[in-house]
Write a protein that binds this ligand. Structure first.
Ligand code: CA
Length: 243
């Protein structure tokens, strides 16, 4: 499949700096996406009210309503409530990244970023949003020589069966289902422990760290694919080279 055929979604870019907005639009358009741009938060919210995009690229630093306020507003109500959002933040502002993810952004990119990074993140988010939910059950997930069959509850690495606890298994499934996406500990708790927000709020997020540590150890070299996102959670980033 050509990269153009994989694209084809509608992306709304909310960014006030014309050069950056144009650059993003150029690379996404080349990849087959239809791109609309908005230069203020208010414009962006209005554009989403007219038509829900498949993905929003949202700059945090906007004049007037900030990007985080846009995100808060979009997530609070309306037809675009579940739209995937990639936030753009300044490199120095870790607070913005964490707040963005807490407010429901799907991932973030720090400026300056390369077009390649942008496209990888956009594609990872769209792949994830187009996938069936976790409980669909029948698919075989794969990264390199790591396989997971959700229906059969089996996983293998390099052709050898992996001996995982049910929690480790669901954790690995959550990672394989969303490659390239940053996932909060809270989200992983909800997915891997099968609990909702009312319960997960009483669980310790350190529980996740402990299980990730054990899972990494069982995966050997492939354990390095589970990257720690400091202060927030984890990102599963399979490397095409190994194992
Ligand atoms: Ca800006």
């Amino acid at each position: 499949m050509s990269s153009e055929a994989q694209g084809g979604g509608r992306v709304l870019v909310i960014e006030d700096e014309p050069d950056i907005a144009a650059l993003i639009a150029y690379h996404l358009t080349r990849r087959g996406y239809r791109v609309e741009t908005a230069s203020t938060g208010r414009e962006g919210i209005a554009a989403l009210a007219r038509e829900v995009a498949d993905l929003v690229v949202l700059d945090v630093m906007l004049p007037g309503i900030s990007g985080l306020d846009v995100l808060r507003s979009v997530r609070s109500e309306g037809p675009a409530r579940d739209v995937p959002v990639l936030v753009l933040t300044a490199r120095r502002s870790q607070d913005d990244r964490i707040l963005g993810l807490e407010l429901g952004a799907d991932d973030y990119l720090t400026k300056p970023f390369s077009p390649k990074e942008l496209l990888l993140r956009v594609e990872a988010i769209l792949r994830r949003s187009r996938q069936a939910p976790l409980e669909s059950g029948t698919q075989v997930l794969r990264a390199g020589t790591l396989y997971l069959n959700a229906a059969a509850s089996t996983a293998s690495l390099d052709g050898e069966p992996l001996n995982l606890t049910p929690t480790e298994f669901r954790l690995l499934q959550a990672f394989l289902e969303r490659p390239g996406s940053t996932q909060s500990r809270r989200r992983l708790l909800e997915d891997a422990w099968n609990v909702d927000r009312s319960v997960s709020g009483r669980l310790h997020t350190r529980t996740v760290d402990m299980h990730v540590r054990r899972l990494r150890a069982k995966l050997g070299e492939a354990g390095n694919w589970i990257e720690t996102v400091r202060g927030f959670g984890y990102r599963f980033q399979p490397s095409p080279d190994d194992p």
